[in-house]
Structures are given as C-alpha cells and as structure tokens.
Design a protein around this ligand. Structure first.
Ligand code: BG6
Length: 656
C-alpha cells in the first residue's frame, strides 16, 4: 500500500495550495538529465512542489543521459545549479537536502537496449525502496529525434509490465512539420496509448494562460459578448526583446512560425476562442480546443500571400551607421544567407458560427523593442452618431486586454467623461494586477505540469489531434515560404516594432495593432521620463502607433497640424524650403508639437531618413494632457525654445 504523505516544506510562507493533495507516488525517470531543461526548470519545479507540500514523500528521480556521471556527481551538480535557478524568495535547505537525496543517475545511450534493461532494474529497485507502487513518470528532455526510439526501447525493456501507472512527458517541439508530427505520433503510439502521452507546451503552465479559461467560464459578464456580434477583432502579440541567443543552430531550422506560433500561440488562441466545454475534465476541454483549431482556415498559397507576412532582423546601428549588434544572419550557427523568419504576423479566420468574419491577428518576433505577451480583444464601437454636435470627435473601441507576461493582469478600456462643463471623453482603464491580488511565489510553470501529470490530469498537455490540427494550419504557410524565399530580408532593425509589412497587413483592413506601452517604455522618452503614474497612464492610453518607411514624408510644410509625434525608433530629417536638412532627430525625440499648440500651419517638412516607429498623439489628447500635467507643458515649452526660439509660457500653452 502506498502512503500519500507530502514531502513537506518548513518555510511558513509556503502553503498556497493547502487544500490540494500531494502528487501521486512515482519514480521519475528523466532522459536528457544532464541537459539545460533539468537544471533550469525540472529540478526547480520539483523543489517548489516540495516546498509547497505538494510532492509526495514516496518519490525518487532517476536521471539518465549519454554522459557518464555518478549519482554523487549528479547530486553535486544539482546542489550547485539549484542555487542559481530556484525561484523562492528564501531557500529552504532542509527541503532541498531531502529532495536531492532522492536523486540518482545512470548513464544510458538511447540506442542501447541493454542499458534500458539496466534502467528498468534500477527503477524497480527505487520503486521498492521509496514505495511508489510501480508508478513511473518518464520525462523526455531530449531532442525530438530520439522520442520514437526511447518509446520503443522502453517497451522492449519491459517497462510496461508490472503494477502501477506509466506516463510519458514529451518536450516540444512535437514535429517540425505536418508529416513529421504525424510520424512522431505514429512512433509514440506504436507502443503506448494516447492517455499515457503528455505533450508539453510550457505556455499552458503559465498562470495567466490557465486563467484565460477561468476568466471566460467563471464570469457571467463576458461570455455573452464573446462572438462576432460584439467583437471586432482579436490580437495575439508575443514580442521578445531577446534575439536567438546561443540557439542559432536550432532556430535557423525552425523560425518563429514553428517556434512560437503553431504551438504556444495556437494554444492561447484555442483557449480564448473555443466553445464552452460541458465540464472541466481534460477530455472535454481538449475536445473543444481541437474543434477550434480544426475550424481555423487552412490557407491556399494565394491566401498565405494575402494574410501572412514575415520578417528577419537586421543589425542595430549606432552613430555613423556603426553596427552595434549584428543582424540575424551573422549570429552564431546561422547560415549567412538564411531565409529563416524571426518575425511573423498573420490574419487567421476561424470558420465557425461564433467567429465568422472576425479577424484573428497574430504576431511574434525576436529582437523587438520590448518583451510582452498580450491578448487584445477589441469590441465593436458604440455608434458615433449619438455624439454629433458635441466636442467628442472620435470614439475609440472598448478593449479587454489579457497581459500574459511580463506584466500579469487584465485590463478593461472604456471612455469616461472628463470633469468640466462640456462633454469631452477620455479613454480610461480598469486594471486587475496579479501582483496586487495574489502573494504567490514565482513559479517556473513546470510545477503544475509535473503535478497534474502525476494525478492523471492531461488538461495542460497537448493531445495528438490538437498538435496535428495546428500543423495543418501552419503547413501551407511553410510551403509557400519555402517556394518563394524572402528577397527583402533583413527587413526590420533590431529593437524596432518589426517589419512595416505587419502594420500594412492591418491597415488594409482599416485597423491597427494595439501596442501595450508600459511606463518603462514611455520613460525612455525624455519628455516623459519624470512623469507621474497618472500622467503616464493617460499618455499611454492616448498614443497611437505608426510605422513609416525610409523616405516617407511625415509632415508637410503648410499643412494644418492635428498631431504630434514621438520617435520611438529611427531617424527623421527636418528640411527647409530648399530641401536642405536643418536637423536630424533620433530615438526619443518629439516633433510636430508646435503647430498643434499654436494652431498654425506646419513650418517645415519632416521626412523619415530610416524606417521609423512613431507614437502619434492627437491634438485633443495633447491639449487635455497638457492641461492636467504642467510638467509635460514645461517640457514642451523647453523644446519650443530650443528648436524654434519660441517663447511660450506654460500658462499660455494651457490657456490656448
Ligand atoms: C520557447 C521558444 O518555446 O519559448 C523560445 O523555443 C522562446 O524561442 C520561448 O524564447 C518563449 O517562452 P517565454 O516563456 O519566455 O515566453
């Protein structure tokens, strides 16, 4: 008989899951145990579970990999690495010592059946010693090309025999295209049953992703609006500031479509758009997810051309065009003529009753201006006609924003009346922030997956049909790209918002990407650097992103100005009548503010020297913010003096 006593932590802060039973007893056999995943994520996750009292006392780890290493050396490595990778506020040595004493290691080549037989003996011995009831959790933390082989050798070595459950966790990527995913499913399922296979997508381990389901189905408020009658479009944005880092060899064979979209982003898409399941059982949820992904239109080549764009980052240039950081093609282990995309944006169609005609926009890329994963649900606008004859010029859309990371929260955007005698509106927002509502420690995301696998809950894992449905959507895009390699690569600069073609994709539909602008990003602009939170919040809600190509005219002399610009990235030239360059402006500069302050025609031409990412602030918002925030007015007055020798006082700006 097995006991289900938790391996309890002694740290008092660690009891967020007081009502949850511990994991099931088992031996966890990790293939690829000498690799990065084990030390960075798996072991810290086991340690978090132990600290939280969620890891069963009847538990042991058997690590295995090609590398020869003793159990003592394995433990020593883990002792060292846990100090670097644990995520607790305080390290609990007692819990760790107990945990690491259960770690063992045996080398084995994945091709060596005898070695697997030896592993089998050891698993049995550990199982008897730790009273695990014959349960074994296999974790494949190896390159995918070994998955099939390991499955086969496990089978041949007799791992399926005897009492207890046997489950396999398979790391991503699950296939590199539709055919390989189908083959992999065949290889794995040749010896094991689907219910024993747990395919990891670490996005499903994120609390904010899991909360998508909780949010949709535990609140009566939003679900009635969750369809084509009320939602105008949905945007999924996964921006990464990091480049390919040391993973050029892998990434050059992959690209962002495989690396981020068909797996992580499609999982979020399924959660956000699927029908309500009858129950919260893993089968019911995964059935709905599969149905949703099967309803995503599989594009023809012509549709790929129309609805999908790609990009590759170029170098970051400094003073005098000097390369500060190399472009993608000069990264380590990357083909210097690589056509691999490091950015992609797409408009997808979900061909079902609920979403017919609602554009679903996805974009993701590396080496971008910020790190941020957000889902933006944009509702249909209220009728503008009601506001005829009032100062309200333009009604924006209401938005519901899921901030997945690094900021974690949910935000609702709507309009409110500006206090005062006339009817003026201002975009405002309500925010729920995880950090304010919950005190939970930081997790790796793998705790919940190890825990739920041990308890036979596959909700957070991908099923074979889901993976195949995702590849079916991605495949024609990959085929089209392979047949027509990009000739314009690299087509976006490091630290930018990505290629302009992504902005154009939405512009064709009369829409634009919604940029979540954090205070941190705003503060990079000198004028906003010292801004208080209210000011920054007003500015971030009012700013509108615009991308322009090199050579494009942004301001024409003589025009009546209705907007001012913040140059987030790039260079623009201010030109006099004769076309001579009077001034060059760079990242963080503002321009165009004087004409909208004075309501006079523009005094100069402004042209983009490079591709530029601009924030546009409309006149009405500009004036409103000036009135509320004198410090901003002072900054504008200073620029007016320096650049145009205009003496404007703060009072005159506000009164104007
Ligand atoms: C991985 C990709 O699956 O996800 C990486 O291989 C990517 O390229 C990472 O950087 C992003 O994960 P996260 O959790 O940082 O958003």
């Amino acid at each position: 008989m097995t006991q289900t006593q938790p391996l309890v932590g002694t740290t008092p802060q660690t009891d967020p899951q007081a009502d949850s039973p511990p994991s099931e007893p088992c031996v966890m056999l990790i293939f690829g145990a000498s690799g990065d995943l084990t030390k960075r994520l798996l072991v810290p996750a086991l340690y978090n579970l132990a600290c939280d009292g969620l890891l069963n006392e009847n538990f042991a780890v058997l690590g295995s990999a090609n590398n020869p290493m003793t159990t003592e050396a394995f433990r020593e490595n883990m002792n060292r690495d846990i100090q670097k990778f644990h995520t607790r506020n305080q390290f609990d040595q007692d819990v760790w010592d107990k945990l690491v004493s259960r770690f063992h290691y045996t080398p084995a080549a994945f091709t060596d059946l005898d070695a697997f037989r030896k592993l089998k003996e050891q698993v049995s011995e550990l199982g008897a010693r730790f009273n695990t009831g014959g349960n074994v959790l296999f974790y494949f933390a190896t390159a995918p090309r070994f998955f099939g082989l390991i499955c086969e050798n496990l089978h041949k070595a007799g791992f399926k025999d005897g009492p207890g459950w046997k489950r396999i966790i398979v790391e991503k990527p699950f296939g590199t295209d539709l055919d390989s995913a189908l083959q992999l499913n065949r290889d794995v399922l040749a010896h094991w049953e689907e219910r024993q296979i747990y395919r990891v997508d670490h996005y499903l381990g994120k609390e904010t992703v899991q909360n998508l389901l909780a949010f949709r189905f535990s609140n009566g408020m939003f679900e009635p609006l969750w369809n084509k009658n009320f939602i105008d479009n949905i945007q999924f944005n996964v921006a990464e500031a990091v480049d390919v880092e040391s993973r050029g060899g892998y990434y050059d064979q992959s690209g962002v479509l495989r690396d981020m979209m068909q797996n992580h982003m499609f999982q979020m898409l399924a959660y956000l758009c699927m029908e309500a399941p009858g129950t919260l059982s893993s089968d019911a949820i995964r059935n709905e997810k599969a149905k949703l992904l099967q309803a995503v239109r599989v594009y023809t080549a012509e549709e790929v051309q129309r609805y999908v764009v790609r990009g590759q980052y170029g170098p970051q240039l400094g003073e005098g065009g000097k390369v500060v950081k190399p472009g993608y093609r000069l990264e380590k282990d990357v083909n210097p003529e690589s056509k691999t995309e490091t950015y992609a944006a797409a408009r997808l169609h979900i061909d079902n009753w609920r979403w017919e005609g609602v554009p679903i926009y996805l974009r993701s890329g590396k080496a971008l201006w910020k790190r941020g994963t957000e889902i933006i649900v944009e509702f249909k606008k209220a009728p503008q006609t009601m506001f005829r004859g009032t100062p309200v010029g333009h009604l924006g859309a209401n938005r519901l924003i899921f901030h997945i990371q690094p900021y974690q929260g949910i935000e609702v955007q709507f309009h409110a009346k500006v206090p005062g005698p006339s009817l003026q509106l201002q975009p405002v927002h309500m925010r729920f922030s995880y950090g304010d509502a919950f005190k939970a420690s930081r997790y790796t995301g793998y705790e919940v997956m190890l825990y739920s696998c041990s308890r036979e809950d596959a909700t957070l894992f991908s099923r074979g049909d889901l993976v195949e449905a995702a590849w079916r959507v991605a495949q024609p895009i990959m085929d089209y790209w392979a047949a027509s390699p990009a000739t314009d690569f690299p087509n976006y600069a490091r630290n930018s918002w990505g290629p302009k073609s992504a902005a154009d994709l939405l512009e064709k539909d009369g829409r634009r990407w919604y940029e979540v602008i954090s205070d941190e990003v705003l503060k990079r602009v000198a004028t906003f650097a010292e801004g208080d939170p209210l000011f920054l919040s007003q500015v971030s809600l009012a700013l509108r992103p615009r991308q322009v190509a090199a050579g494009e005219q942004i301001i024409r002399k003589g025009d009546i100005g209705r907007e001012m610009y913040l140059l987030a990235r790039g260079e623009v030239e201010v030109l006099d009548d004769a076309g001579r360059v009077v001034k060059t402006l760079k990242d963080g500069d503002v321009f165009g503010e004087i004409a909208i302050l004075m309501s006079t025609p523009r005094t100069a031409n402004v042209r983009a020297l490079t591709g530029c990412d601009l924030f546009v602030l409309d006149k009405s918002d500009f004036r409103r913010i000036l009135r509320d925030h004198h410090q901003f007015a002072q900054g504008v007055a200073k620029v007016a003096k320096e650049r145009f020798n205009l003496d404007v006082t703060v009072q005159s700006l506000i009164a104007h």
